[in-house]
Design a binder for this molecule. Sequence first.
Ligand SMILES: C[S@@+](CC[C@H](N)C(=O)[O-])C[C@H]1O[C@@H](n2cnc3c(N)ncnc32)[C@H](O)[C@@H]1O
Length: 230
Amino acid sequence: MTQPKQNSPVEAGIKISSLNDGVGIEWCDGRNTLQFTHSYDHPGFYRRINATGQSIIKACSNKQRSIHSVLDLTGGWGIDSFILAHSGKQVTMLEQSHIVHSVIAQSLKNALKNSSLSDTVNRIKLQNINSLDYLSSTDSSTRYDCIYLDPMFPAHKSTAKPAKDMQLLQKLTENVDIEACFELALTRATNRVVVKRPLKSTPMTVRQPDLIYREKTVRFDVYLTADGRI
Ligand SMILES: C[S@@+](CC[C@H](N)C(=O)[O-])C[C@H]1O[C@@H](n2cnc3c(N)ncnc32)[C@H](O)[C@@H]1O
């Protein structure tokens, strides 16, 4: 696999490889190592995307079934985008980190080979870009029914470490211009903006959500825009 450019000391410790069961990502700083394999094509993930009653799907849908396009401003490992695309939405996924982007691009390519995933993959468009740049540079007439944000959560007080994939995201990435993205998203989403938050945290800004969908540890704050209020 072509190695992406490595621009920072953290990125210099990253090795990406093609494995039989997915894309291997290994980070090492000389003392500590973190390793995991990224793939959309395995039974555990099929169960996840096929689970019924998922709050993320409820939050990004409406009764009139008029939400078809979703813009995901915080792609990450692409789990949420994949779930939304599997539920039938056309998803544009943006990710600012070129390392994370290159992993996702390869995993999407791999998943395309599985005929039961290919329709879902074909509904996803991935771009390596800062979402604020994307929103600012695209024509303001370009609208999405729903705009989705899942910013990195603040460090947890408990000593329990998050899963390895999340630990790696925390090392490699950060929230960039997230509040500005949120404000601009409110002017670009025709129906709603959805923000994933830790269950007990405050909303992202002083604006209060119109709807909230809760799960065990996270919640989805829904901000209705013009069409969503009709
Ligand atoms: C918590 S992760 C998202 C996880 C994702 N929802 C998933 O299902 O894997 C947040 C991601 O947002 C990305 N990000 C943060 N600010 C961004 C921005 N302004 N533009 C694009 N991506 C951004 C980070 O690089 C990180 O990969």
